[in-house]
Write a protein that binds this ligand. Sequence first.
Ligand code: DGL
Length: 280
Amino acid sequence: MKIGIFDSGLGGLIIARAIRKVMPEYDYVYLGDTKRVPYGNRSHEAVFEFTRECVDYLFRKENCAIVIVACNTASARALRKLQKEYLTPSPFGHSPLAGGEERKILGVLIPTAEECVKFESIGILGTRGTVDSNTFPVEIRKFNKRAKIFQNSAPMLVPLAEEGEMENAMPFIKEYLQPFINKKLDALVLGCTHYPIFKNQIRKILKTPARGVLADIKLISQDEIIPKKLKDYLKRHQEITKKLSQNKTARILVTDMTKSVQKLTKKWFGQNIKPRLISF
Ligand code: DGL
C-alpha cells in the first residue's frame, strides 16, 4: 500500500518532495486538485466536499494506507470531520471503506502548532479560510498557553505560485507582512503549502533595515517539519507502516492538466515525473 499526499494544488509537492527525501523507500502518490485550486477563499462546505472526494480517491482507487492532507486550508476545514468519518466504526463493525481496513488521515496543522511551543510572539500567514477558521491559534494554545498570536491572510500568493509568477509577488508579500511589523514576533508560521516557495522573498523583506524588529525571526516552514514528524509517526504506528510497500515509486495525479501544471510539477517535485490526469 502507498502513502498518499493531497493538496488543493501543486504547492504540496514541496512537502511531498521533502517527505520522499527523508523516506525514499516507500511508494507515494500525490493528488493535486488543480481544477479547483485555490481552496483558500472557498466556503467551509466546499473545502470539505472537495477534500473528501480527493481523500476518498486516494484510499479507494490508489489503495493508500495513510493520507497526508498537506493543504492547511483542508486541514483546518475538513480534517477532523474526515478522520471521524473514516475512523469511526460503522454500525456494521468496520470503517466506511470496503474491506473494513483501518486507514489514517493526518494533517499539517497540529505538527506545525507543536513547533510553536518555544516562542512567545507568533505570526501566522495563511489563506483566508485557514485564518478565518482560527485553527492555528486554537492548536498553538494547546501547546503554548501564553503565546501571543497574530494572523494575516495572503490571498494572492497561491494564484501567483500556481501560475508560476513568483517574481511578481514582492509587492503583495510586503503588504501581507505589514501587520506583523512592530509586533516583536519571534516566529512566523508559513501556514500554507505554497508559501515556502516565497521563503527567500519573505526573508528579504523581513531583513530590510526599516523592518529590523523582524530580522531575527524564525520562519516555521512545513517542508522542514512534516517529514520528520511523519517519520516519527510511522515508527510509532507499525500497524500502518507494516502495510506500506517499499518500491521507491512516486506518481503525481492532477484534476486538471495545463502547461503550467507540467512545468511546475517538474520544478517543485524536482523530478521528471509526468503528471496523470484523473477525474472522480
Ligand atoms: N494548499 C492550500 C493551503 O495550504 C493553499 C492553496 C489554496 O488556497 O488552495 O492552505
